[in-house]
Design a protein around this ligand. Sequence first.
Ligand code: GLU
Length: 395
Amino acid sequence: MMSDTPLRLASRVGAISPSPTMAVMAEAMRLRAAGEDVVDFSAGQPDFDTPEIPSRAGIAAIESGYTRYTPNPGAPELRAAVAAAYRRDFGLEFGPANALITSGGKHALTGVFLATCEAGDEVVIPTPFWPTFPEQARIAGAEPILAPADAATNFRPTRAVVEPHVTDRTRVILLNVPGNPSGVVLDPGELDALAALASEAGAVLLWDDTYSRLTFEPAPEGAYRRMQEILGPRFVIAGSSSKTWAMTGWRVGWALGPEELIRGAAALQSQMTSNACSISQKAALAALEADPAEFQWMVRAFAARGRRMREGLLDIPGVRCGAPDGGFYLFPDFRDRLGPGEGSRSLAEALLDRERVATVPGVAFGHDTHLRLSFATSEARIEEGLARLRRFFAV
Ligand code: GLU
């Protein structure tokens, strides 16, 4: 006879919310599969196919039988290539032993948080924030502390924003530039000031640089190198192949940091996932070693699409929207178009119901009068979506 004792789940299951970005994306996909004509501005992934250079390397990996375990922290040549790419692109001093290859950027964050935080620690996260950051801190037992940035500065996560939230329990200060969803990049002086703050607080400055190779202006010469000089082993990076090379499904990311942190995170990973997919590691290696100019067409396309989408949004009366410095999101403010008591969730739901336009409610990023719109979609779909938004707000 089947036992009627209820299944008891761990409290952490209830404490962690599922990813809202992934949830909206899944709903848009479900509607499309059911034959609905959805304009998907939710998807945080390039609409482009993975370029030939990484794709061919993946095919070659399968054909040559590179389909077994790699060392848990990643293939040695990929660890070396990640370190070399950060020297080439940002002047940073990392060697292969400072690089851990993970199953995507989220997994790199997991490794860093688990290796640095424990119960009682605090992680300072400027807002608006990618919804995964606070949940990752919680998974590691730490408390996420939100530091609201100002819409008037396009949400620059500066020292002035972060400092009031730093305490003697601060273990990690999170920096996500270009920001998801704001698209903002900090100036060299602002980066120096943040690095100095983290150094004074004895905290790790964790740079999630997922969109750092998708900036519309070149990275300021030497700015990140200076942060590393200021912070030494407290400068840690979590990065990803997903957005730069349209490789979201391949799941390859990395963490860069001091050897002891990387060794610790590698030990955790060895018990959780072993290594990132061997085939995907070969694809990421080819992408990292290729001339970055090979992929600049995607960045140019995102920049043009972002300009067009922002222009279209600003044409809607009462809508405000900052200009992104990189990435592929806009985070417009609809406060003047919301009904009494209405928040971003009901606005996003109404847009999806009435116009079949998928967006992510700003409340998931800490700002309930905003929506996040991704412009990683074709010009034609952007025009169609803008036409639907105009119609929706004309009512
Ligand atoms: N990072 C992307 C986003 O913000 C993909 C979904 C996710 O991983 O959250 O939409």
